[in-house]
Design a protein around this ligand. Sequence first.
Ligand SMILES: Cc1ncc(COP(=O)(O)O)c(C=O)c1O
Length: 403
Amino acid sequence: MKTSELINQEEKRQLEEICLIASENHTSPGVRQALGSVLVNKYAEGYPGKRYYAGNKVVDLIEQRAIDLAKKIFGADHANVQPLSGAPANLAVYSAILEPGDTVLGMDLSHGGHLTHGHPVTLPAKLYKFIRYKTTSEGKIDYDQIATLAKKHKPKLILVGYSSYSRDIDYQRVQEIANQVGAITMADISHIAGLVAAKLLNNPVPLFDIITSTTHKTLRGPRGGIIMCKQKWAEQIDKAVFPGLQGGPHQNQIAALTVALEEAQSDNFKTYAEQILENSTALAIALEARDFKLAFNGTENHLMLIDLRNKNVGGLEVQLALEQAGIIANMNVIPDDPAKPTNPSGLRLGTPAITTRGMGEDEVRQIADWLEQIVSNINNVELIADVKKQTKDLALSFPPPLQ
Ligand SMILES: Cc1ncc(COP(=O)(O)O)c(C=O)c1O
């Protein structure tokens, strides 16, 4: 089969299925046009005005525009838009400010911390010493524990920003703790960047030393990464990205980010971001009404993590059964998960993608009904096939805008 036919198949799949993966979204035609543009042909090692190749007059204007928009939208002193994705962005920050053996205080990975925040299988875990804080039994970050651990271990870096934690973050409190022990602060806002851009969640950018983000989740841009920081760190960060870790930046990706940032300034985007939160609140309420337990006691952002233990099914079984029914979500560990990561006790859901498709609270409640039916009838092939017909009808009646 030709690659173009496979791409068509994937487009059909996305149209016909309901995506509840918290880290995915449907990009606009403008973002995809920039990604597929002739900018992909250009080498531009360096930064605007300081390139190692000729022919970058236009490229410089585009990259500078992305930098200026990021600074304006988030209130940053400095922005680097070249990281190829979220993991390289985080690695660049570590390599810019840490020496091997330095201590980092970050969230326990099962409480929402991300793989790139020092999971033992990653390079940063081999280079630096990660100390972990957790959430309380009420599901909030344990700021007192952060303060105690910071005093004890004197970390060089305190890291916040998560991939399954569903609450807003008290950045002021973390900054105060960091000031007391002389630590650098870093927030990874990969998941919530669009909600921060729309001013619906706390913004760490004016406060913290360094902020990283992916650009393809709630921000609805191309797959990519961005680093924003106080002027004090700008030179170190830029050098760490290029030439420290990367070669030629992907200028088509940077152009697509520029389009996404232009879109993020619009009233439409603000309305979109508000609807993401309305949908996730409605989904949380509908799930709790159907006896689903939510880790972290609910949600204040687009994320929610179902603790499946009272349903006697594992995250993997649920993920597979939902996929059969045309609902795409991912299994996830819950805080201090007693089960193995290969079949953890949680299922993570998010509303950015269905909200882009125009779905609202009625559709969300319908989806909660299907989740309940499937989780309670995990081996019922006929029921799952029947739900699949219904999810396909719903998905087709909410096509992504100009997919
Ligand atoms: C909080 C956080 N940081 C970093 C990343 C890594 O991003 P990427 O997959 O683009 O490397 C993710 C991805 O899910 C994330 O959720």
